[in-house]
Every structure is written in structure tokens, then in C-alpha cells.
Write a protein of this length. Sequence first.
Length: 402
Amino acid sequence: MRILAITNQKGGCGKTTIAINLAASLAREGRRVLLADLDPQGHCALGMAVPDEQIDLSILDCLLGSLRGNLVELSRITWQITPSLDLAPSRSDLATFEPTVAGLENADCLLADMLAGVAGMYGYIILDCPPHVGLLTQNALRAATDVIIPVDTGYFSLQGLTKQLDTITALYRGRQMAPRVRILPNQYDVRTKLAREILAEMRTRFGEQVMTTTINFNTKLKEGASFGQPITEYAPTSMGARDFRNLAREIIAQEAAAAADADVLLASANRLAADAERLLASSAPLIGGRPRETQPAAGHQEIQAKIDRVYGIRQTNQGVEVCLHYPGANRVELAGDFNNWDPSATPLQRTTGNGDFEALLRLAPGRYSYRLVVDGRWMHDKSNPQVETNEFGELNSVLNVS
């Protein structure tokens, strides 16, 4: 189970819009999702057409149930929004949480303890945090496996981001476990030069912390919120729905990649153990005979060549070999100036059931820019360190063919 805290000290409906639409998009991708509102303003219920006057029990009752001697299960307060999406709403009385628990030992662990009881019920839990750093936000950060900070592509938002990252770092100083912090470019308008410059500066300054997906400025998002509907229901074919679909798939892909990395490490450990046993067996002399003959050990260049062959892009006598690993992906394509930026012209072939994709490009000598398109989501090639910023403030990968 992944717990994603959506936090932004700027606050407002923008943060809640991200939480609502991300939760709905993850549910649309087939995941079981809980959206928990930790903001006393209660905008999540408003944005999902849950009448405030009908909310008898809220997340406050779950958080304080044990302290009041009246334990309230999370299932008693949740509203089913879709078959795969539940909402744990808040009310204005959530503002009493902090003065009630202030001074209590482990007051920042109440949310984590509460969510532990539903660990097997949901694949994702989205936490809509309040706009200030208090005990509610500290509870969210303590429980979260991931923190997503939506940042508008404006100058003052970029300055505030640095302070917010410093605050999160300070909260986790001295602790063994800290969530993965990701930055989500929000309200991006590609038509403005300032937005493009800010996005480029954001990617330069914060690197891989910045998510590949950007949420573009789109009036349909605001309209959907006013009608109490996530964008997946209000305008499923809009650009806003596309952006959140890409965001959900990027988050799902991160989980698949992490699982794949763990499998790779385990497989590597098993191979090393097997190699060690064979080495010991071959070097031990036989009684009354000669030592067993062994194969010469692979050199550094041979090992590196095998690694390069599995992942990345490299030039060979036959052409440019592209070998990529995207577990969970159904389709991987290349779009670049060598094919008029048409991804359908250069699809990669799936070579294994573990998410390996390959292609052989016949390219004349020269310098080429390209991007990957993974299940419809455009991104740069992270296996290639050579990148440049394009006119939209995003990264293109660069390939030099000699």
C-alpha cells in the first residue's frame, strides 16, 4: 500500500483538485483508492458532491476515537464515490485536532496507526493535507510513503518550494525512514514564456525530484470541481483528464519499477552466490588428481557490455540498438527528429515478459533529439544522461551517431 500526501503551503483548492483527480484517475486505472481529507475546510467532500450536513462521522472521530474511549473504525466514516474509490471526509471541527492532542506522546503517529488497520483494503491512500505545517501535516508526513508537492509554474511558487522542501527535510531529520518527495508542475501554460522558463529552471534545480507529468492550465478542472465531479467523470476526453491519467500511470510505473529493481537485486544476489559456489568448487583440488579446469573470468569490458546491452541506447555495426526496461508498460515508442516526432513510426518490440523493449535504428551520422512514449505518456530517456531542454520546458534526450 502506498500512501501519498499532497501538500502545499500555499493551500487553496489547487491542492485539493490534485488530490481529488489523482485519486479518481488511480481508481480509473483499476486501483483501489482511499482519499482522506485532512484539511478542516472539507473541500474533498465538496468536490465530490458529498453534502456536508449528511456527514455524521468524519476523520476526526477516527483519529480521536481511542482517546475518547470510543474507537471508530475507518469503514464507518467512508463514503463510496465509485466502486474503486472511497472518501474519508473532514468537517470544520477537524481544526480542534491539534489543540486536543498537543503535548501527547507520539501525537504525530495517530494517522499512521489508524491507516495500518486498512493496509490490505487499498492499493493507494491519498492524503489531502492542510496548508500549514502543524500536527495534522506532521501526521500525514509520518504516515506517507510518498509526498507530492504541486507547484504552480510562477516565480513566487518556485521560491516557496525551496522553503517547503527545507521544512520537510527538517521534520525528518534524525529519522530512519523518510518518504520519497516529488514535485508536480501545476497550472502550466505552455503559451507563456515565463511558465516555460520556470519549468526549465525547476527541472534544472531539482532534477529527478520533478515529475515527468505536468498538469496544464485547464478550465475543465475548475468546472468539474464546481459540479462536484472529478475530471474523469466531468470531461473524460479533456486535456485535464489526459494529464491526470498520465500522472496516475507515472505513479503506477514508479511502483512497478521499484518492484522490478528489487527483483533485479535479488536475482543478482542469487547469481553471485551461485558463481561463488562454482568458483570454490572449481578451485578446490581433487584428491589424487588435478584441479578442475575453469573458464576464464569475464573481464570488466565484457561485463559492462552485457549491462549496456540490457539497458540504454548504444551504437553498433548494425545500427543504433535501443534496449529499454519498462515493467508494466504495454507499448513503448520513440519519437524524434529522425521520424518527424511521430511515435507510431518507431514502435519498440517487446522481447520478454518482464518489460524489456528493443529496437534497431538505421540512422545516418548526426545529432538527434528524441523522447520516449510509454503507453501514451511522453518522457525523456532516463537511461541516457545526454539531455536538453525543449521549447516547452521539458527534457529531450540527445543521441550522437558517428
